[in-house]
Design a protein around this ligand. Structure first.
Ligand code: E4P
Length: 226
């Protein structure tokens, strides 16, 4: 399962890459706005500068008409390079834009996915990834995890290479469910990411080992001292 960072803060992204293995970064207009940088392309280039070369960047179009979405996507790829996945909301106009972009060889990530059939239609249009909003679905009274699983089942049953990119998580359990089901990718905010990788019980166990070892062998000692 690919794990991406759902954030646009360069310092946080750099810090996370230094510690953990991640596959890329996703942003949306809200996430970019939180950086306070009025030039989104500048911010996206800064993000690219701290990402490994083969990592993927997902960034979203703002236009709402098909032709405008396509022009915006072409522009974004020309500025940010080919390993950029253009996030296109799954609206009627968005579905047509995904179809046009796929035929041009531009990678599209269908975003704002709130149901199985819209996701399926986006896969049919040629999207590379489908991003169901797991936690937002939960907040609407639907089962976000189950929706993501149903999308995965349906696109795989139909033979599409498209992958689910689970999005909008608020806890590690939701992410765990994606992994157990073989979902291709998730994008997770830094706090949830840290909760995936860190285990406070393990940290406590390490402190107990050190205390016991030092009690016998001397303060600050490790195996290097013997
Ligand atoms: C990703 O495509 C979405 O933009 C993002 O994960 C939404 O997350 P949120 O529901 O926490 O805003």
């Amino acid at each position: 399962m690919l794990i991406l960072i759902d954030d646009a803060d360069v310092t946080k992204i750099k810090e996370l890459y230094a510690k953990y293995p991640y596959d890329g970064v996703t942003t949306n207009p809200t996430i970019l706005s939180k950086t306070g940088n009025p030039d989104p392309m500048d911010q996206l280039k800064k993000i690219q500068s701290v990402m490994p070369k083969d990592a993927m960047l997902h960034a979203q179009v703002l236009s709402t008409e098909t032709e405008d979405m396509v022009r915006e996507a072409r522009h974004m790829v020309s500025v940010l390079g080919e390993n950029t996945y253009i996030k296109v909301p799954v609206t009627a106009n968005g579905l047509k834009a995904i179809d046009i972009l796929a035929k041009e060889g531009i990678s599209a990530t269908a975003t704002a996915v709130y149901g199985v059939m819209p996701a399926f239609m986006a896969a049919k249009a040629g999207a590379k990834f489908l991003a169901p909003y797991v936690n937002r679905l939960d907040n609407l009274g639907y089962d976000g995890v189950q929706t993501a699983k149903d999308i995965h089942t349906m696109i795989k049953a139909s033979g599409y290479e498209t992958e689910v990119l689970g999005a909008s998580f608020k806890n590690s359990q939701q992410v765990l469910e994606m992994g157990k089901f073989g979902i291709g990718a998730v994008t997770v905010n830094p706090d949830t990411l840290k909760s995936l990788a860190l285990n406070q019980v393990a940290e406590k166990a390490v402190q107990d080992f050190i205390r016991d070892f030092e009690g016998c062998c001397g303060e600050g000692k490790t195996m290097l001292d013997f």
